[in-house]
Write a protein that binds this ligand. Structure first.
Ligand SMILES: [Zn+2]
Length: 319
């Protein structure tokens, strides 16, 4: 008996011979999925991944009829003060996980139709281009399709607070996209503007991983993404505290993080030794002596935006 037949046999008593309503079907799905390797293996009536995802979000919507709007969910995320102990960190992540689920109930569109998926992406690209130039009036479908195929993209989040997922996306990817739009509309905001796309993806995936741990999303439901960026965000949390990184990413409070970075850099300069045992040069000593914080911040921002290339610089001064 091959694996699929085995699974079909296992499910047969539950799903064959009766017509299930959508919410019954979903309950069945939720009860059996624990035993399955991935949601795709449960496909009564030829349900596709997208079908199941839509069922899930319909169900979430039913359960969360009064779910707050996304702007309200964002506003309701707390601002953190002070260092968090382990219990408070876990509490913070549980709060994020809860709001991620509500975001998912509001925002998700799943599809097995490639043209629909690519068209939605093109519309969002056009919308973003219009933000830069209101006169923008080009059809970006071909561009969108090329880009999606090029990076084998299975999901994206849009400026209008919606999330699109394509057949084959795993659970953690859906949560990743929800975290993008829970943090800021379309995933654009002070953190992205300050530190650029790579670090923004790293922070998004870092919080995705923590939320997945909390919700028990693991095994084939979890996909590793942006490992270097995530590692770097972990180091930032070790140095500056989860609360400061969270405030910067979710609440747009990037200035306090930059202030702390200037302090860290200054401490190294004053002790005349960087973390990698190299020594601060004249220019850097002078910046500290003359208290040129704005210049220091600007330099930090530029190096952080290219942190993969500038890892040595960043690690020596800021970690
Ligand atoms: Zn992302």
């Amino acid at each position: 008996m091959n694996k699929l037949t085995l699974i079909a046999a296992m499910l047969a008593p539950m799903v064959m011979g009766k017509t299930l309503t959508a919410s019954q079907e979903l309950r069945e799905y939720q009860s059996v999925r624990k035993r399955l390797r991935s949601p795709k293996e449960y496909a009564p009536g030829g349900k596709t991944f997208a079908g199941i995802e839509n069922l899930l979000s319909q169900y979430d919507r039913q359960q969360n009829n009064n779910a707050p709007s996304l702007p309200t969910l964002r506003d309701n995320l707390p601002t953190i003060t002070g260092r968090l102990d382990n219990a408070k960190q876990a509490q913070l992540i549980r709060g994020i996980a809860e709001k991620v689920q509500l975001t998912r109930a509001r925002a998700i569109h799943s599809t097995s139709d490639w043209t629909e998926f690519a068209s939605a992406y093109a519309r969002d690209l056009e919308e973003r281009a219009r933000m830069q130039d209101p006169r923008f009036n080009e059809d970006l479908y071909n561009h969108a399709e090329h880009e999606l195929r090029g990076n084998q993209c299975k999901g994206f989040s849009c400026l209008d607070d919606s999330v699109w997922m394509y057949d084959g996306a795993v659970h953690s990817d859906i949560l990743h996209e929800c975290i993008h739009i829970l943090s800021t509309p379309g995933g654009l905001g002070p953190f992205y503007n300050m530190f650029g796309n790579d670090l923004n993806e790293g922070a998004t995936q870092f919080f995705t991983e923590r939320v997945c741990e909390t919700l028990g999303v693991r095994g084939p439901d979890f996909a590793v993404r942006y490992p270097d960026e995530v590692d770097f965000v972990k180091s930032l949390c070790d140095t500056y505290g989860l609360g400061v990184i969270y405030n910067a990413y979710f609440k747009g409070a990037v200035e306090p993080l930059l202030d702390d970075m200037v302090k860290q850099w200054t401490t190294y300069v004053k002790q005349k030794l960087y973390a990698d045992r190299s020594k601060p040069g004249f220019r850097e000593r002078n910046m500290v002596k003359q208290n040129k914080k704005a210049e220091m911040k600007d330099e930090i921002r530029q190096n952080m935006r290219k942190f993969k290339m500038k890892l040595k610089w960043v690690k020596a001064r800021l970690l």
